[in-house]
Design a protein around this ligand. Structure first.
Ligand SMILES: *[C@@H]1O[C@H](CO)[C@@H](O)[C@H](O)[C@H]1NC(C)=O
Ligand SMILES: *[C@@H]1O[C@H](CO)[C@@H](O)[C@H](O)[C@H]1NC(C)=O
Length: 528
């Protein structure tokens, strides 16, 4: 009896203790791209496991009825606004990133509006909804109009970025803007490493121009949108943004061009890499097992698609593959591949992590997406990267600089170049060895990224924010942060002083020449 009583009490106590710690978290993840969503999903599912209750706005819900305490608001329709009609490969040829942003602005506004209009979310944030939260998690990319949700629920905010922070967010959290530094992925000069003075100047001008456009066109439109849905008395969205408690940024030192960061930036990484590899289908398993010479896996990811390749480029890939002694598994999103060689297998969708885990894999040909990069490293597979957009250039450049892969250009690649790159990665086993070293380096750290992120999340919940991590830089205007005002005043002052000295000197010289000319010639002779 007493034993029963004891266990019942224990269960109650543990239950209450657990209940006491459990928090209700709102997550807002608007980017219609699975590679972004899997990172956020990694954390939100782990927080659920910890006993927290979550309400998630996402374009890719898990839709698992067994997930209790995990409500999803489905905004899959955002794919129709953003992704549907973009041929990223064609865009790479035509446009620079900052020009592309001009075109994105209206689409991003439509996205935010669609989210704020969503009936389920509207019900949630209606003033009399009675809904309570302890924290808001939000994707930090281009969605400041959604920030007043935090004001509405009076909760601290943790930002999340599934890739390196973009420039407007670097600025928002108080990070220095270093326009010509290789750590910026959203520069137009796709060169990382040593830049010439001219290239740095071009980056400088374009980056400040982009930020100017962001502040003078995008932010006011976002502010207007926020007012429309949350009322006119909401604070300035940039003020809510700069008060973000923490930002989880998907970046791991060994594979990043490092930059100085304010303390509220917490690195995460590898959230989506599965620990349990799912078995391959029987057919595919047999094909890969039988490829004793080795096989190549090619996928351009979920946003960029192999069907977007220009006919000529696709022909170059086919010609190169047909000359190789390896099987090629190609994620090609069509029923039919023209001139498909017998050693090439096409799949509309590929179980990427399971394929990367196969021991016969020699090289992974990909577009340089961060999530695929992390997967390749975690399986020790050397890569050949064909970056197409956004942060893909920076990841491929970094891997190439580490000697674990090669970087080629998707718009101009020729068959011989591709064959040479593949053969050199396959024959020169140092690529593979360095990739395994890199994997060990990434794993060698004092804590697990996920446990660390959970600890920080609960830290912010416990203390209702983290103003102790806030740098005073966020309150300073741009010129003061970069000390541009001081540089300007000193330069202008020096210039004025220099001009003044020159004028005085010039005047003195004229005066003395005149004085000299007025002297009687006898005295002039004496002076000589
Ligand atoms: C931001 O934080 C500061 C200091 O904690 C506070 O005074 C201010 O009201 C906050 N602003 C907003 C918009 O939440
Ligand atoms: C590419 O090839 C297909 C047929 O395979 C053809 O219909 C299409 O017009 C070609 N596109 C270009 C840009 O040449």
């Amino acid at each position: 009896m007493s034993r029963y009583f004891l266990s019942a009490t224990l269960i109650l106590v543990v239950g209450f203790w657990h209940y006491g710690r459990a928090s209700r978290i709102l997550g807002i993840f608007p980017t219609p791209s699975i590679s972004h969503q899997v990172v956020y999903r990694g954390l939100t599912l782990a927080l659920r496991e910890r006993g927290h209750e979550l309400v998630i706005v996402t374009t890719d819900p898990v839709n698992d009825p067994n997930l209790t305490n995990y409500k999803e608001i489905d905004v899959h329709s955002l794919y129709d606004i953003f992704i549907q009609d973009v041929d990223w490969i064609a865009t790479r040829e035509k446009d620079t990133w900052s020009n592309m942003f001009d075109g994105f602005m209206s689409k991003l506004e439509l996205e935010c509006e669609e989210i704020l209009e969503h009936p389920e979310l509207r019900k949630l944030y209606a003033p009399n909804s009675g809904e309570k939260f302890d924290l808001m998690l939000i994707e930090m990319l281009f969605f400041p109009s959604l920030m007043p949700l935090a004001t509405r629920f009076d909760v601290p905010v943790i930002g999340m970025a599934s890739l390196g922070l973009n420039l407007n967010m670097q600025y928002a959290v108080g990070n220095p803007i270093m326009p010509s530094h290789p750590s910026n992925w959203d520069t137009d000069e796709k060169i990382f490493g040593e830049l010439t003075l001219w290239q740095r100047m071009k980056n400088f001008v374009r980056i400040w121009k982009y930020l100017y456009k962001y502040w003078t066109r995008y932010m006011p439109a976002q502010q207007a949108l926020a007012r429309k849905y949350f009322g006119n008395d909401i604070p300035d969205i940039s003020d809510i943004e700069k008060n973000v408690s923490l930002v989880f940024v998907n970046q791991q030192a060994p594979i990043t061009y490092l930059r100085p960061n304010v303390p509220k930036i917490i690195d995460i990484g590898g959230f989506h890499v599965t620990k349990k590899i799912k078995p391959l289908s029987k057919d595919l398993q047999k094909i890969l097992d039988d490829s004793t010479q080795g096989f190549i896996y090619m996928s351009l990811g979920s946003n960029v698609k192999s069907v977007m390749l220009a006919n000529g480029t696709r022909e170059e890939f086919i010609a190169a593959f047909s000359k190789l002694p390896y099987t090629v598994v190609w994620k090609f999103e069509d029923e039919f591949l023209p001139n498909q060689p017998p050693n090439v297998l096409i799949m509309k969708w590929a179980p990427q992590q399971s394929i990367l885990a196969h021991p016969n894999l020699k090289v992974f040909i990909y577009q340089g997406g961060l999530q695929s990069t992390e997967e390749a490293i975690s399986h020790g597979v050397p890569v050949i990267g064909f970056p197409v957009l956004a942060d893909q250039d920076i990841h491929v450049s970094k891997l190439a600089s580490l000697g674990v892969g090669k970087k080629l250009e998707i718009l101009t690649v020729k068959r011989d170049e591709l064959i040479e790159a593949i053969q050199s990665v396959v024959y020169d086993t140092s690529h593979k060895k360095r990739m395994l070293d890199l994997r060990n380096m990434l794993r060698d750290k004092p804590y697990d990224s996920m446990e660390n992120a959970i600890w920080w999340t609960e830290h912010v919940i416990r203390h209702k924010g983290a103003p102790h991590l806030q740098s005073t830089l966020v309150d300073e205007p741009w010129y003061q942060r970069q000390d541009m005002d001081i540089v300007f005043i000193i330069s202008a002052g020096s210039l004025v002083a220099l001009c003044f000295t020159l004028v005085v000197f010039h005047k003195l010289l004229i005066c003395s020449i005149r004085a000299f000319n007025k002297l009687p010639s006898s005295k002039k002779d004496k002076l000589h």
